[in-house]
Ligand binder design. Structure first.
Ligand SMILES: Cc1cc2nc3c(=O)[nH]c(=O)nc-3n(C[C@H](O)[C@H](O)[C@H](O)COP(=O)(O)O)c2cc1C
Length: 225
């Protein structure tokens, strides 16, 4: 499966079979996590075989079942932590999809959550991602039109249209899709988060930037992998 196929086939999955991740899968995931931690200055942790899956019980919404593995998206508190978490977390989500796994981003009700992971002084958990073999592959959600989230026109270059289309397939909290891509006359792309009472718009922004870059081939963030 290619990265673009992963973008197209990914859906949030909240119900898992409980089949454990094997050693090779865990080490492939850990390798990707190590890359994200080094390049994104994050403290992402993979927790496996923890049937309590405590953080997923504290999801802001959604009913989770059979979760035994999750990825803790944590890092030092800073202004751009949410966006970085979104970008690198979505890299992990799509890598997982390519390995035949399913995932769901989980926003949490409380900042202090129990679980089998550790935080250093000044660090915070922004979200977690459930991961495992889904009971289903998930389903398509309602998506906005390209014109609702960008200044795309009939004359827009193909790469920009492809980037926006891929951003529209990305997960966002409560499927809010509160982002906007603007192709400026200079050829530069501005990606911004729009206001939402739900929050998480900067995590969403990091996620959609990742999708945009993957499908358009145009770098719009400062993040590298
Ligand atoms: C930052 C973030 C937080 C989320 N929090 C939750 C959550 O707490 N509970 C849940 O069931 N789904 C959660 N989701 C999943 C979204 O509801 C889901 O991505 C959206 O409905 C679109 O569906 P899709 O991922 O299948 O395309 C979250 C997604 C993101 C990006």
């Amino acid at each position: 499966m290619t990265l673009l196929e992963a973008i197209e086939s990914r859906h949030s999955v909240r119900s898992y079979t409980g089949k454990p991740l094997d050693g090779a899968t865990i080490s492939a995931l850990q390798q990707q996590i190590d890359r994200c931690n080094a390049n994104g200055r994050l403290h992402i942790q993979l927790v496996t075989n923890e049937p309590q899956a405590s953080p997923c019980r504290m999801a802001r919404y959604g009913k989770f079942s059979g979760v035994t593995n999750y990825i803790v998206m944590a890092g030092q508190r800073s202004e751009d932590l949410d966006e970085r978490v979104g970008y690198y977390g979505e890299h992990l989500v799509l890598e997982a999809q390519m390995m035949g796994l399913n995932t769901c981003w989980v926003g949490l009700t409380y900042s202090k959550i129990p679980g089998a992971f550790n935080l250093a002084e000044g660090e915070k958990v922004v979200a977690v991602i459930s991961i495992g073999y889904g009971s289903t592959a998930g389903t398509t959600h309602k998506i906005k039109k390209a014109g609702d989230v960008s200044n795309v026109t009939a004359d827009s270059p193909e790469w920009f249209v492809n980037g926006v289309k891929a951003a529209l397939l990305a997960p966002t909290a409560v499927n809010q899709q509160k982002f906007r891509f603007t192709l400026e006359p200079s050829g530069k792309v501005a990606a911004t988060a729009r206001f939402s009472l739900v929050g998480y718009t900067h995590v969403d922004l990091g996620i959609v930037k990742y999708h945009f870059e993957a499908a358009s081939g145009h770098k719009i963030s400062n993040y590298s992998l």
